[in-house]
Ligand binder design. Sequence first.
Ligand code: MLT
Length: 312
Amino acid sequence: CSDGGGGAGGDAYPGENITIIVPFSAGGPTDTVTRMIADPMAAALGGEIVVRNVEGAGGTIGAGEVAQAKADGYTVLMHHIGMSTAPALYKNLGYRPLEDFATVGLVTEVPMTVVARKDFPPATFADLTAHVKANAADVTLANAGIGAASHLCGLLFQAAAGVQVQEVPYQGTGPALTDLVGGQVDFMCDQTTNTSGQIAAGEVKAYAVTTPERVKSLPDVPTTAESGMPALRVSVWHGLYVPAGTPAEVVRKLSGALQTALADPAVVDQMAKLGTAPVAAADATPDAHRAHLQEQLTTWAKVIADAGVEAS
Ligand code: MLT
């Protein structure tokens, strides 16, 4: 097919299908957010968008694939806070967030919930902390691999509680939640875009949300600050990226389509039902996203070092 980019300027872009790579399993929170915006973005671009899941290593496999892809705008990455934590957690990451990617725009910032299998003994978050402190070696904590948001939240919980539990990595928190509902694993941190349905259905126990304020769609779930662990504060920002060197006109078109998708009432409604909301239009720009990524790389490198976690 043609270079698709319509030459250097990208004026004929998109001339073929665009692939958005989700670096976690289908059915998880990253996948869910991507599929919410894919169709409205495709409509705005006058093209087709395919979502492809490339799993593994806490999202770094999928991110690495996009870093190596042709810089023509036909391979896009949806990633989240893990883009800013991975450099502090992986000795040989294989990509450099700021040098190997161009930012397209922030998408949404999703609260985390601390959830457990429904028959897990602790009744409250304070009981959970006490139970984990007393039984750390026997407690299992699911996550989506080193560098995942669920891993980071679990790391912060263990550091604040002063314990180390058994971590159980999955290719995404979609499958992890399935095992939590099945009682195969004890607890985990995961985003409201994944856990809201199971919380409402009573299939998992929700102890707390990790945001400063309670989540409107989960009014009965206290914050970690209300529950005695203010240090456990993390929400999962998501953004779109393309390989560095993608023509500016292509990035502009992608960012414009993202803005349109985030203003789509159906997207706003879907996000609200799952405890989140589109970022403000001013944050869905390439420059705002890049500035946020730069600040988050610095912030999380320090938090991870202070938690005594070394890159592996
Ligand atoms: C994570 O970082 O925990 C991921 O968002 C999980 C996922 O999207 O499957």
